[in-house]
Design a protein around this ligand. Structure first.
Ligand SMILES: [Zn+2]
Length: 361
């Protein structure tokens, strides 16, 4: 079996997601994920929040402190990553276009033999994506062709393989100035779709899990209290294995990923109630460099409505919001709600207090 885990970094739920879905024809899911890559991937690889592992969670720069005397990243809990489970099941792990975040922030460089192949160092990839978004010339073509050649290799590969693949095109445009954002977003979309179009989403005995780790922070702007656009993302799953995954709930948590992967080897899939409470977290480095800054609990009283309670570590206060989504899934509006007028406030506050020991109010 091959598992293709493909991250389209920083692509919020939008038109391009539907275009990817046209290409893939998989199960289109909405997912509550993190607000930045490290925290999202910790959730995805362990099934837990970073606040379950470290006091006040894993902020942007905590990895710089968590090293052994040789300077190697040293998380005590990282062997809970799903990659180790798959490795034990005889899977080869291959990484593409992620480099630095996997090695340093997540700590994989502590286990140099876990990934049998790593390609495209982060810096090189990031530089390239900036360049080809701006010029659309030779650099883009070279980079695309390199990606095509690599994808061809994956199609020929045999055996059990877990691929973790990253496409950073949208990440490269999220900090562009407002007037240029739309233009570069469109180019990023064209580039990503062209690359994804080279995969064979009908490849037998393969599972494709395509997803975004977070939204575009500046569109809309991310303040102390993240909006659904920042953490309510998407996943498209196409399962061509003998017993394909099914998704009776179209809203999942990013933390469900390891459970679904383990179910391919006979583990049970947990059934969640309709009023499931989803938890996530955000850490803004401008506020606190090493810890999480906002704890988030949300619930869907109806599929097109989200009640969300956010707690900010410095302000030491809560903010309750209600978001309404159109049928296609885009946010129509998000408004602040008074705790007094809401049934969900007490339930969500309890969930935050019970799951984040740094929620003190
Ligand atoms: Zn990211």
């Amino acid at each position: 079996m091959k598992i293709y885990c493909i991250k389209v970094d920083a692509l919020p739920f939008c038109q391009e997601v539907l275009q990817i879905q046209n290409l893939v024809s998989g199960a289109l899911l909405r997912q509550v994920g993190g607000v930045f890559t490290t925290s999202s991937l910790i959730q995805m690889f362990t099934g837990k929040l970073s606040s379950d592992y470290e006091p006040q969670g894993v902020g942007y720069h905590l990895f710089k402190k968590k090293r052994d005397k040789n300077g190697v990243p040293n998380w005590t809990w990282m062997n809970e990553y799903i990659q180790f489970y798959l490795h034990d099941k005889g899977f080869d792990c291959i990484e593409r276009n992620q480099g630095m975040i996997m090695d340093e922030c997540l700590g994989f460089s502590k286990y140099p033999n876990l990934y049998s192949e790593r390609t495209t160092p982060w810096d090189q990839h990031d530089n390239k994506s900036y360049k080809y978004l701006r010029e659309q010339g030779k650099e883009w073509e070279e980079s695309r062709d390199d990606e095509f050649r690599w994808i061809d290799k994956t199609k020929e590969a045999k055996g059990n393989i877990f691929y973790f693949i990253n496409y950073s095109h949208f990440h490269s445009v999220i900090s562009t100035v407002e007037s240029k954002h739309k233009k570069y977003h469109k180019i990023a979309g064209e580039n990503v779709l062209e690359i994804l179009g080279h995969y064979d989403f009908n490849e037998p005995d393969s599972l494709f899990w395509i997803f975004s780790d977070h939204g575009a922070w500046h569109h809309p702007h991310l303040g102390k209290f993240p909006l659904p656009e920042h953490f309510y993302t998407w996943a498209i799953v196409k399962d061509n294995t003998k017993e394909p995954l099914t998704f009776p709930n179209k809203i999942i948590s990013m933390q469900d990923f390891p459970m679904f992967i383990r179910s391919k080897f006979g583990s049970p899939i947990q059934q969640f109630p309709k009023d499931r409470i989803f938890l996530t977290e955000d850490g803004r480095q401008a506020v606190r460099r090493e810890v999480m800054t906002t704890a988030i609990a949300c619930q869907f009283p109806e599929p097109n409505k989200m009640d969300c309670l956010l707690y900010h570590i410095c302000l030491n206060r809560y903010l309750l919001r209600e978001s309404v989504f159109e049928k296609g899934g885009l946010v129509i509006e998000t408004k602040v709600k008074s705790p007094k007028s809401s049934k969900s406030f007490g339930i969500l506050r309890k969930a935050l207090r019970e799951n984040f020991d740094w929620v003190t109010k």
